[in-house]
Each structure stands twice: as C-alpha cells, then as structure tokens.
Ligand binder design. Sequence first.
Ligand code: ADP
Ligand code: MG
Length: 584
Amino acid sequence: MSIRRLPSELINRIAAGEVVERPASALKELIENSLDAGAKSVAIRLSAGGLELVEVTDDGSGMSPAEMKLALERHATSKLPDDAIENVASFGFRGEALPSIASVARLTLESRERGADGWRIELDHGQLLGEGPAALPPGTRVRVEGLFDKVPARRKFLRSPRAEYAACVDAVKRLAMARPDVAFSLDHDGRRSLSVQPSDGPARVAALLSHELDRHGIGIDCVRDGLRLTGVISLPTFNRGMADQQFLFVNSRPVKDRLLVGSLRAAYRDLLARDRHPVAALFVEVPAGEVDINVHPAKTEVRFRDPAAVRGLIIGGLKAALDEAGHRSAAREQFAQPAAWQVEPSTPVQPIASFFEAAAASPAAVMDRPAPFAAPMGRAEEARPVPAEQASYPLGVARGQVAATYIVAEAEDGLVIVDQHAAHERLVLERMRKASNGGVVARQALLIPDVVELEEPDCDRLEGAILDLAALGLEIERFGPTAMLVRATPAPLGKTDVGGLLGDVAAELAELGTALSLRDRLDHVAATMACHGSVRAGRILSVAEMNALLREMEVTPHSGQCNHGRPTWVKLAHADIEKLFGRR
Ligand code: ADP
Ligand code: MG
C-alpha cells in the first residue's frame, strides 16, 4: 500500500461533492459571498435552472487581482481574522466554495474595488484559461457555466431544469429573508421572476411567502431563557402537502436543522394530519456561544448547546400562539364554491347539556348503536319553529343528519353542516386538556381488567409513564415483561378499543422521547387518546345528542378544526343560499 497526498484539483473535486451538489448549492455559496462582501444589492441570472448558467453580481467590496487569485485557492478566506470560529458572523469561513465550484464548471470571476480598475479571471475545471482587465461597476460578478458537464457521476443526479430552478428560487428566498436590508433580483431564462427592495424583516417575509398568509398567518414573537423566536406561522387549516414552505433561521442564518423542523412539526402535532405541513418563517436568536454552526459543510445544520431549551422555546411559543388563534380557521378557503362559507361562531353561549357525560356514564348505549343496514342516508326532524331562546345559537339547532356523518343545523343566519366525527374528536381532546389542567381526568373502570400484549420496550415506556397516564385517566400496571394490565380508561373517551389505545400511546411516548416538558408530552398523549374516543362517522345521533354536540362546540376552544387541521363545520349564509337559487 502506498499513501500519497491527493493533488489539489482532486481535493477540490471531493470538496465540491460536499459543498456543491446542484446549481442551487453553488448559487447559495455565491450569494453568501456577496452578502459577506457587504453587498446592498444582489442580482442573479440563471439559464435552464442554473444548469447552463448561474451568475451572481453584487455591489460589495470587490477584490484586487491578487485577492481574486487567492480566493480561488483552497482554504483561502478573508473571514476569520482571529481564527475564532465560534464568533464568526459571516456566512462563509471555510474558504472552499470558489475553488470547489471552479473545479466542476467553467468559472469567470470579475471584480473591482472602489477607486480601482476591474479584473477578470477565467477558469475551466480548475485550469486557468486567461485573465485581463474587465469593465464592471465596483463589486463582483461570478459566472458559472456548464456545472458538472464534465463530471458524469454528478450530472446523473441533477434533475430537470424545472426542478433545479425551484431549488434555486428556494435558496434565493432563504437568503433574501435572512437579509431584508439587501435588494435581490432573480432572472430566469431572460425573465424577471423575483425582485425585492430593502425593507424590514416582516415586510420581506410577507413579500416572499404565500400572500395567503396575510389572512392565514399568526405572528410570533416570544422570549424564553435568553432565546428569542420571531416570525410567522400558518393557521393549521392553511396547510400544504409538502414541507417546502418552511423557512428557518438561526441568528439570521438559513438552516434546515432537524431539531427546528421537528419542533415545528411537534407544535402542530395534534392540529395537523401527519402528511400535512404548515407554512412558516421562523427566526431563532441565541447568544453566539450557544450554537455551533460549523457542523455541516453547507452550514445548513447547526448544533445547540442546549437543544431542549430551543425545542421548548419553539414548541411552547408556537403552541401558545396557536391556542390564542384557535378560533380562527381557514376552512373558508377550502370551499371555493360558493365564496362565502362562514367558519366561526362569533358569540359563545352556555351549553345546555353534555352529551359526553352521557357517553361516559353509559358508553355502551351511546357508542354501540349500529347504523341500520340500507337505511335512507338522510334523516330530518319534524318541521317545528325554532324556540326563540335557541334562535341565536351560532351553530344553530339540529334539523337532521345526512349520511349518518353530517349534522345539518339551522342557524339564524344560515345553514350549518357539521362533520360529527371530526367535531367530536376535537371536543374530546379539549375536554381531556381542560380536565388534566385542573388535575386529574375522570376514569372509567373496566369491569374486567384488560390484558394488552406489547413489545417489551413499549411496556417499559408505558410503565415509566404510569403516573402521568393516571393523571389522564388511564390506569395501567405492568403485567409481565411483554404485557400491560389496563384497569381504567379516561372517561371522556367513552367505550374504547383498549389495545389500540395502549399501542398508540406507547408509540407516541417513543416518538416524543424526553425532550418535551411533561405538560407538552401529556398534551400529545391526550390528543392520541382523543382519536380513540370519537363518535365515528356512520353513527346515528338523536336530536338531543346532535344539539348537545353543537352547544359543546360553541364553547370549546379550537372547535373549528379537527385534530388534523380540517374544518369541523361550515356555514352557508342565507344570502349564499339565495345566490345558489338565482334569487340574487
Ligand atoms: P469563504 O466564503 O468560506 O471565505 P469562498 O471560497 O466562498 O470561501 O471565498 C473565498 C474568499 O474570496 C472569501 O473569503 C472572500 O475574501 C473572497 N470573495 C469571494 N466572493 C466574493 C465577493 N462576491 N466579493 C468579495 N470577495 C469575495
Ligand atoms: Mg463563501
């Protein structure tokens, strides 16, 4: 075996594999360099999603010809004056982007310092092609052409120009949000696709995020343990099938850190289905010594000295904001036709009865009534005038049930349709929350304790949480290495599938780990439990039950959306009904 030093060109190629994997990553490095050079304006040009051309022009400090040469050498950087990596405020500091990009493309570097002449250096895959004077305004222009053209192994991994372009836009947006004080423009194949002027942070975010967030966003600003969190998040009902509109920053540096992404997810856990994602732009500010940014070549991941504090800040801050905004809902947008579906009760009223107490007292009677086979799918109440005292209920008076799934109610100002399963699941969760806030959730003892077989680690987790679960009304004991004995279940759930409940709670405990506070953990577990206690779609409800459900919804926070972020009810105003029939 012979050991040899790698030639620098090969080292650059290897580094390019880490730093530059696609046009967007080269673009990101170039923009970061412009920002580090103090640019107030950054102009970007792309062709074919950056596969043919990535060009970044800035009005920053510029470089002398000698500095330009140095900049193209590996590990040459102007950004670590005192070798203190912990305190670095610039985006770059590793001194490898330019040489790496130059090793896998044709690169033209033009630069001009103020009061000096411009200079140009051209390289082809690391080899000097030529250099000479250049005419350009003060600043720097870097042009990258034919990225990976001669590196087939890399080329293979590139996607369509369209997909590469999308990744470039994403990179530009992230940096533009990080630096609202800088102007950015982006041209793709000769067309202007983005342009923002210097502004403040919120205005920049608003300009670059979905405009819908004007109406469906919640502003965030909170401080905890010396950490600060600001930004905007979407209402749960305004969600997406992909997590592509989540912009996260640590000390103004865009990151895709797993801890932050996971915390964002966790904050929405009981408000969104697992395959739906919120829109968010969140800025975390921590003291410089609390975070290490040098753990990833592209610097998209960071390491916090106290990850639990950051997680707590995000989950706590977002949940508080979501709670406060709980009465708003974006359901209206999900029903394009007709335009004016109304989604929120405006005035809370007192409940007249609680269907849930009834359910808890005699679960069998309420939960087990089967839907009659081949029965007509709709049912209506006899025509009776609405008693005056009931006329003003925001969700109206139940008039019938459709498909054994939807409650149809008549309100003073329109027709209300409620998804009974979604609504009930939400109500059960809020009841469990309320009960556990005040102390202990009532429990429903099983006549014969149930033995549930589970994997040993699941049993261990459940055993470790016995006291917490008891507070939620779930009474269990260890029953040998791979089984648990269930003595009582939370009363608000009514009759429930005990095995499924325990399995889900164990899975939830496994996923949550110990990062969350006890309060937050219990809340997630309560949400998991709530799914097991819900009135299923397909169950026939009596009028009294339907009305009880409506009254309960009117006084329950968050009742406008189910635990998965879908609306639980919609209202068709009289005016809309008239429009449907052409009366207006
Ligand atoms: P790093 O950014 O980690 O220092 P780079 O390879 O990206 O490494 O850049 C090397 C050096 O080139 C930088 O430290 C900086 O001095 C100089 N440089 C690169 N781009 C520009 C620019 N747009 N304007 C001024 N100087 C630049
Ligand atoms: Mg750099």
